[in-house]
Design a protein around this ligand. Structure first.
Ligand SMILES: *Cc1c(COP(=O)(O)O)cnc(C)c1O
Length: 358
Protein backbone atom coordinates (compact mmCIF):
# COMPACT_ATOMS: atom_id res chain seq x y z
CA UNK A 1 0.00 0.00 0.00
CA UNK A 2 1.15 3.49 -0.72
CA UNK A 3 2.15 5.30 2.44
CA UNK A 4 0.87 8.81 3.00
CA UNK A 5 3.65 11.36 2.58
CA UNK A 6 3.89 14.75 4.25
CA UNK A 7 5.98 17.08 2.13
CA UNK A 8 7.84 19.92 3.86
CA UNK A 9 10.22 20.87 1.04
CA UNK A 10 11.35 24.51 1.01
CA UNK A 11 10.92 24.99 -2.73
CA UNK A 12 9.80 23.69 -5.09
CA UNK A 13 7.34 22.91 -2.37
CA UNK A 14 4.01 21.24 -1.84
CA UNK A 15 1.13 22.25 -4.10
CA UNK A 16 -2.53 21.67 -3.32
CA UNK A 17 -3.72 18.30 -4.65
CA UNK A 18 -6.48 19.98 -6.68
CA UNK A 19 -3.88 22.16 -8.40
CA UNK A 20 -1.68 19.18 -9.22
CA UNK A 21 -4.56 17.24 -10.70
CA UNK A 22 -5.85 20.18 -12.69
CA UNK A 23 -2.36 20.94 -14.04
CA UNK A 24 -1.74 17.31 -14.93
CA UNK A 25 -4.96 17.29 -16.97
CA UNK A 26 -4.21 20.63 -18.64
CA UNK A 27 -0.85 19.37 -19.87
CA UNK A 28 -2.86 17.19 -22.26
CA UNK A 29 -5.95 19.35 -22.73
CA UNK A 30 -5.93 23.07 -22.01
CA UNK A 31 -9.33 24.26 -20.83
CA UNK A 32 -11.34 21.72 -22.85
CA UNK A 33 -9.90 23.00 -26.14
CA UNK A 34 -8.41 19.61 -26.95
CA UNK A 35 -5.05 21.33 -27.39
CA UNK A 36 -2.41 20.38 -24.82
CA UNK A 37 -1.30 23.33 -22.66
CA UNK A 38 2.29 22.49 -23.56
CA UNK A 39 1.44 22.92 -27.26
CA UNK A 40 -0.76 26.02 -26.94
CA UNK A 41 0.27 29.22 -28.67
CA UNK A 42 0.99 31.99 -26.23
CA UNK A 43 -0.65 34.30 -28.76
CA UNK A 44 -3.95 32.42 -28.64
CA UNK A 45 -7.12 33.94 -27.22
CA UNK A 46 -7.31 31.19 -24.57
CA UNK A 47 -3.80 31.88 -23.34
CA UNK A 48 -4.33 35.62 -23.24
CA UNK A 49 -7.42 35.02 -21.16
CA UNK A 50 -5.38 33.01 -18.71
CA UNK A 51 -2.74 35.75 -18.44
CA UNK A 52 -5.42 38.38 -17.81
CA UNK A 53 -7.09 36.25 -15.19
CA UNK A 54 -3.78 35.55 -13.45
CA UNK A 55 -2.98 39.25 -13.17
CA UNK A 56 -6.52 39.93 -11.96
CA UNK A 57 -6.20 37.23 -9.30
CA UNK A 58 -3.03 38.81 -7.95
CA UNK A 59 -4.74 42.19 -7.83
CA UNK A 60 -7.76 40.83 -6.03
CA UNK A 61 -5.85 38.68 -3.53
CA UNK A 62 -3.47 41.46 -2.50
CA UNK A 63 -5.79 44.44 -3.09
CA UNK A 64 -3.22 45.90 -5.48
CA UNK A 65 -4.02 49.61 -5.87
CA UNK A 66 -4.19 51.60 -9.11
CA UNK A 67 -0.78 52.72 -10.27
CA UNK A 68 0.72 49.25 -9.86
CA UNK A 69 1.19 46.53 -12.47
CA UNK A 70 1.65 42.81 -11.93
CA UNK A 71 4.34 41.29 -14.15
CA UNK A 72 5.84 37.83 -14.65
CA UNK A 73 9.41 37.06 -15.65
CA UNK A 74 11.87 34.19 -15.79
CA UNK A 75 15.06 33.75 -13.80
CA UNK A 76 13.45 33.46 -10.38
CA UNK A 77 13.80 35.77 -7.42
CA UNK A 78 17.50 35.83 -8.19
CA UNK A 79 16.65 37.70 -11.39
CA UNK A 80 14.47 39.92 -9.22
CA UNK A 81 17.60 41.00 -7.29
CA UNK A 82 18.96 42.36 -10.55
CA UNK A 83 15.68 43.86 -11.79
CA UNK A 84 15.24 45.78 -8.54
CA UNK A 85 18.65 47.44 -8.73
CA UNK A 86 18.58 48.00 -12.50
CA UNK A 87 15.21 49.72 -12.42
CA UNK A 88 15.21 51.64 -9.13
CA UNK A 89 18.80 52.29 -8.03
CA UNK A 90 20.01 55.73 -9.10
CA UNK A 91 21.70 57.40 -6.13
CA UNK A 92 21.73 55.05 -3.19
CA UNK A 93 19.81 52.10 -1.76
CA UNK A 94 19.90 50.38 1.63
CA UNK A 95 19.47 46.66 2.20
CA UNK A 96 18.42 44.93 5.38
CA UNK A 97 20.81 41.98 5.59
CA UNK A 98 18.73 39.20 7.14
CA UNK A 99 19.99 36.07 5.39
CA UNK A 100 21.73 34.61 2.39
CA UNK A 101 19.03 35.71 -0.03
CA UNK A 102 19.07 39.26 1.33
CA UNK A 103 22.85 39.22 1.12
CA UNK A 104 22.81 38.05 -2.48
CA UNK A 105 20.31 40.78 -3.34
CA UNK A 106 22.68 43.34 -1.81
CA UNK A 107 25.73 41.96 -3.64
CA UNK A 108 23.85 42.09 -6.92
CA UNK A 109 22.86 45.73 -6.31
CA UNK A 110 26.46 46.61 -5.47
CA UNK A 111 27.41 45.52 -8.95
CA UNK A 112 24.98 48.10 -10.30
CA UNK A 113 25.38 51.12 -8.02
CA UNK A 114 25.69 52.44 -4.49
CA UNK A 115 24.05 49.95 -2.13
CA UNK A 116 24.87 49.15 1.50
CA UNK A 117 23.62 47.05 4.43
CA UNK A 118 21.66 49.31 6.77
CA UNK A 119 21.73 46.58 9.45
CA UNK A 120 22.74 42.94 9.55
CA UNK A 121 22.35 39.86 11.70
CA UNK A 122 25.04 37.99 9.75
CA UNK A 123 27.35 37.80 12.80
CA UNK A 124 24.60 35.98 14.69
CA UNK A 125 24.05 33.40 11.95
CA UNK A 126 20.99 35.41 10.91
CA UNK A 127 18.99 34.11 13.86
CA UNK A 128 16.99 37.33 14.24
CA UNK A 129 15.80 40.42 12.37
CA UNK A 130 17.89 43.52 13.22
CA UNK A 131 15.86 46.32 14.80
CA UNK A 132 16.28 49.93 15.77
CA UNK A 133 18.00 51.07 12.58
CA UNK A 134 17.20 54.51 11.21
CA UNK A 135 16.15 54.79 7.56
CA UNK A 136 17.66 57.85 5.85
CA UNK A 137 15.30 59.99 3.75
CA UNK A 138 17.57 60.22 0.73
CA UNK A 139 17.48 56.58 -0.37
CA UNK A 140 15.98 55.41 -3.64
CA UNK A 141 14.60 52.46 -1.68
CA UNK A 142 15.04 50.18 1.28
CA UNK A 143 15.24 46.51 0.32
CA UNK A 144 13.85 43.91 2.69
CA UNK A 145 13.50 40.14 2.52
CA UNK A 146 10.27 39.62 4.40
CA UNK A 147 10.77 35.92 5.07
CA UNK A 148 14.19 34.38 5.48
CA UNK A 149 13.53 30.95 4.09
CA UNK A 150 16.82 29.45 5.26
CA UNK A 151 16.78 30.69 8.89
CA UNK A 152 13.07 30.81 9.67
CA UNK A 153 12.82 34.49 10.55
CA UNK A 154 10.16 36.80 9.20
CA UNK A 155 9.10 40.42 9.10
CA UNK A 156 5.34 39.97 9.22
CA UNK A 157 4.43 43.66 9.13
CA UNK A 158 4.87 46.25 6.43
CA UNK A 159 7.73 48.44 7.69
CA UNK A 160 7.12 52.15 8.27
CA UNK A 161 9.56 53.80 5.94
CA UNK A 162 10.14 57.34 4.67
CA UNK A 163 11.37 55.86 1.37
CA UNK A 164 9.73 53.27 -0.90
CA UNK A 165 10.29 49.66 0.04
CA UNK A 166 11.46 46.96 -2.33
CA UNK A 167 10.69 43.51 -0.98
CA UNK A 168 11.65 39.97 -1.85
CA UNK A 169 8.53 38.15 -0.65
CA UNK A 170 9.35 34.83 -2.31
CA UNK A 171 8.53 32.69 0.66
CA UNK A 172 5.73 34.50 2.46
CA UNK A 173 3.75 36.19 -0.29
CA UNK A 174 0.02 35.40 -0.09
CA UNK A 175 0.26 34.40 3.57
CA UNK A 176 -1.01 37.73 4.89
CA UNK A 177 -2.53 40.97 3.60
CA UNK A 178 0.12 43.46 2.46
CA UNK A 179 -0.10 47.25 2.18
CA UNK A 180 1.16 47.34 -1.40
CA UNK A 181 1.17 51.15 -1.45
CA UNK A 182 4.34 51.22 0.67
CA UNK A 183 6.35 49.39 -1.96
CA UNK A 184 8.07 50.37 -5.18
CA UNK A 185 8.27 46.67 -5.98
CA UNK A 186 7.29 43.39 -4.39
CA UNK A 187 8.77 40.36 -6.09
CA UNK A 188 9.52 36.71 -5.66
CA UNK A 189 9.77 33.35 -7.31
CA UNK A 190 6.64 31.23 -7.56
CA UNK A 191 7.82 27.93 -6.16
CA UNK A 192 7.09 28.61 -2.49
CA UNK A 193 3.56 29.97 -2.17
CA UNK A 194 2.53 30.91 -5.69
CA UNK A 195 3.03 27.85 -7.86
CA UNK A 196 6.04 26.03 -9.19
CA UNK A 197 9.51 26.96 -10.41
CA UNK A 198 10.03 28.65 -13.77
CA UNK A 199 8.24 31.94 -13.28
CA UNK A 200 8.62 34.86 -10.92
CA UNK A 201 6.25 37.71 -10.18
CA UNK A 202 6.64 41.40 -9.46
CA UNK A 203 4.12 44.01 -8.38
CA UNK A 204 5.54 47.29 -9.55
CA UNK A 205 4.69 50.95 -8.94
CA UNK A 206 4.74 52.15 -12.53
CA UNK A 207 5.33 55.85 -11.87
CA UNK A 208 8.72 54.98 -10.36
CA UNK A 209 9.89 53.26 -13.56
CA UNK A 210 12.05 55.02 -16.12
CA UNK A 211 13.70 57.35 -13.61
CA UNK A 212 17.22 55.91 -13.69
CA UNK A 213 19.80 57.23 -16.08
CA UNK A 214 21.48 53.94 -17.03
CA UNK A 215 20.70 51.99 -20.17
CA UNK A 216 18.65 48.96 -19.20
CA UNK A 217 18.81 45.92 -21.51
CA UNK A 218 15.38 44.95 -22.84
CA UNK A 219 14.64 41.94 -20.65
CA UNK A 220 15.96 43.66 -17.53
CA UNK A 221 13.73 46.69 -18.02
CA UNK A 222 10.48 46.28 -16.10
CA UNK A 223 8.76 48.57 -18.61
CA UNK A 224 9.22 45.84 -21.20
CA UNK A 225 7.02 43.52 -19.14
CA UNK A 226 4.47 46.21 -18.32
CA UNK A 227 4.20 47.24 -21.98
CA UNK A 228 3.99 43.70 -23.38
CA UNK A 229 1.67 42.02 -20.93
CA UNK A 230 4.65 40.08 -19.52
CA UNK A 231 5.12 38.47 -22.93
CA UNK A 232 8.02 40.30 -24.56
CA UNK A 233 9.08 36.81 -25.60
CA UNK A 234 7.62 33.34 -25.12
CA UNK A 235 6.45 33.03 -21.50
CA UNK A 236 6.84 29.86 -19.39
CA UNK A 237 3.31 28.63 -20.00
CA UNK A 238 3.23 25.70 -17.62
CA UNK A 239 4.48 27.52 -14.49
CA UNK A 240 2.14 30.42 -15.22
CA UNK A 241 -0.76 27.99 -15.52
CA UNK A 242 0.16 26.41 -12.19
CA UNK A 243 0.37 29.89 -10.65
CA UNK A 244 -3.10 30.68 -11.98
CA UNK A 245 -4.58 27.56 -10.42
CA UNK A 246 -2.73 28.15 -7.14
CA UNK A 247 -4.15 31.68 -6.93
CA UNK A 248 -7.64 30.37 -7.75
CA UNK A 249 -7.25 27.84 -4.96
CA UNK A 250 -6.29 30.55 -2.47
CA UNK A 251 -9.24 32.70 -3.51
CA UNK A 252 -11.67 29.78 -3.25
CA UNK A 253 -10.45 29.10 0.29
CA UNK A 254 -11.14 32.67 1.40
CA UNK A 255 -8.10 34.62 0.18
CA UNK A 256 -5.00 35.72 2.04
CA UNK A 257 -6.81 36.44 5.30
CA UNK A 258 -7.91 32.79 5.41
CA UNK A 259 -4.36 31.67 4.54
CA UNK A 260 -3.02 33.85 7.33
CA UNK A 261 -5.37 32.29 9.87
CA UNK A 262 -4.55 28.70 8.92
CA UNK A 263 -0.83 29.40 8.50
CA UNK A 264 -0.61 30.93 11.97
CA UNK A 265 -2.44 27.97 13.48
CA UNK A 266 -0.07 25.49 11.81
CA UNK A 267 3.00 27.42 12.91
CA UNK A 268 1.65 27.73 16.44
CA UNK A 269 1.14 23.96 16.63
CA UNK A 270 4.66 23.19 15.48
CA UNK A 271 6.46 25.79 17.61
CA UNK A 272 4.50 24.61 20.64
CA UNK A 273 5.87 21.09 20.15
CA UNK A 274 9.42 22.36 19.57
CA UNK A 275 9.18 24.32 22.84
CA UNK A 276 7.61 21.44 24.74
CA UNK A 277 9.68 18.53 23.51
CA UNK A 278 12.96 18.40 25.48
CA UNK A 279 14.79 16.82 22.54
CA UNK A 280 14.38 19.85 20.27
CA UNK A 281 14.92 23.60 20.29
CA UNK A 282 14.01 26.40 17.90
CA UNK A 283 16.86 28.30 16.24
CA UNK A 284 15.27 31.69 15.48
CA UNK A 285 14.65 34.49 17.99
CA UNK A 286 11.16 33.86 19.34
CA UNK A 287 9.80 37.30 18.38
CA UNK A 288 10.97 36.87 14.77
CA UNK A 289 9.82 33.30 14.19
CA UNK A 290 8.62 32.63 10.67
CA UNK A 291 5.13 31.37 10.02
CA UNK A 292 6.38 29.74 6.80
CA UNK A 293 9.70 28.04 7.57
CA UNK A 294 10.04 26.53 11.01
CA UNK A 295 13.71 25.94 11.85
CA UNK A 296 14.81 23.77 14.75
CA UNK A 297 17.55 21.41 15.84
CA UNK A 298 18.32 18.84 18.50
CA UNK A 299 18.58 20.57 21.88
CA UNK A 300 22.00 20.86 23.58
CA UNK A 301 23.18 17.43 24.67
CA UNK A 302 21.13 15.63 22.00
CA UNK A 303 23.09 16.74 18.93
CA UNK A 304 24.12 13.15 18.26
CA UNK A 305 20.49 12.23 17.57
CA UNK A 306 20.13 14.36 14.45
CA UNK A 307 20.71 11.59 11.93
CA UNK A 308 18.51 9.21 13.89
CA UNK A 309 15.63 11.66 13.94
CA UNK A 310 15.97 12.28 10.22
CA UNK A 311 15.79 8.54 9.55
CA UNK A 312 12.90 8.18 11.99
CA UNK A 313 11.00 11.03 10.32
CA UNK A 314 11.25 9.24 6.99
CA UNK A 315 9.60 6.23 8.62
CA UNK A 316 6.74 8.59 9.57
CA UNK A 317 6.32 9.63 5.93
CA UNK A 318 7.88 13.04 6.59
CA UNK A 319 9.71 14.45 3.54
CA UNK A 320 12.08 17.39 3.29
CA UNK A 321 12.84 18.53 6.84
CA UNK A 322 16.63 18.47 6.54
CA UNK A 323 17.88 22.02 7.14
CA UNK A 324 19.52 24.13 4.43
CA UNK A 325 22.89 22.71 3.41
CA UNK A 326 24.95 25.48 5.07
CA UNK A 327 22.84 25.63 8.23
CA UNK A 328 22.03 22.05 9.23
CA UNK A 329 19.39 21.05 11.74
CA UNK A 330 15.80 20.81 10.56
CA UNK A 331 13.45 23.04 8.65
CA UNK A 332 9.78 22.36 8.06
CA UNK A 333 8.38 24.58 5.32
CA UNK A 334 4.69 24.91 6.01
CA UNK A 335 3.49 27.14 3.20
CA UNK A 336 -0.17 27.66 2.32
CA UNK A 337 -0.63 24.26 0.67
CA UNK A 338 0.62 22.39 3.74
CA UNK A 339 -2.34 21.23 5.82
CA UNK A 340 -2.90 21.11 9.54
CA UNK A 341 -2.87 17.31 9.07
CA UNK A 342 0.66 17.47 7.69
CA UNK A 343 1.80 19.53 10.68
CA UNK A 344 0.00 17.22 13.11
CA UNK A 345 1.81 14.27 11.51
CA UNK A 346 5.18 15.94 12.08
CA UNK A 347 4.29 16.78 15.69
CA UNK A 348 3.23 13.18 16.30
CA UNK A 349 6.48 11.98 14.76
CA UNK A 350 8.48 14.20 17.14
CA UNK A 351 6.48 12.84 20.07
CA UNK A 352 6.92 9.25 18.93
CA UNK A 353 10.65 9.83 18.61
CA UNK A 354 10.76 11.14 22.18
CA UNK A 355 9.07 7.90 23.33
CA UNK A 356 11.23 5.79 21.06
CA UNK A 357 14.59 6.92 22.44
CA UNK A 358 13.64 7.14 26.13
C1 LIG B 1 13.86 30.71 -2.80
C2 LIG B 1 14.22 32.13 -2.54
C3 LIG B 1 15.01 32.88 -3.44
C4 LIG B 1 15.63 32.28 -4.68
O1 LIG B 1 14.69 32.00 -5.64
P1 LIG B 1 15.16 31.46 -7.07
O2 LIG B 1 13.85 31.22 -7.77
O3 LIG B 1 15.95 30.21 -6.85
O4 LIG B 1 15.96 32.53 -7.72
C5 LIG B 1 15.24 34.20 -3.14
N1 LIG B 1 14.73 34.77 -2.04
C6 LIG B 1 14.00 34.08 -1.15
C7 LIG B 1 13.47 34.78 0.06
C8 LIG B 1 13.71 32.74 -1.38
O5 LIG B 1 12.98 32.05 -0.49
Amino acid sequence: MERELHIFNAGPSLLPREVLEDAAGAVKDFGGSGIPLLCTSHRSKEWNGLMDETRALWRELLAVPDGYQVVFFSGGATMGFLLAAMNFLERKAAYLDTGIWAHKALKEAQGIGDAYAIASSREDSYNHIPKGFVIPHDLDYLHVTTNNTVYGTEIREDIDSPVPLVADMSSDILSRPVDVSRYAMIYGSAQKNAGTAGVAFAIVKTELLGRVSRHIPTLLDLRTYVDNGSMPNTPPVFPIYVMNRTLRWILARGGVAAMQASDELKAGTLYAEIDRNPLFEGTAAVEDRSVMNVCFRMAAGNEGLEERFLAFSQECGIVGIKGYRTVGGFRASIYNACSQDDVDALVKCMQDFEQHIS
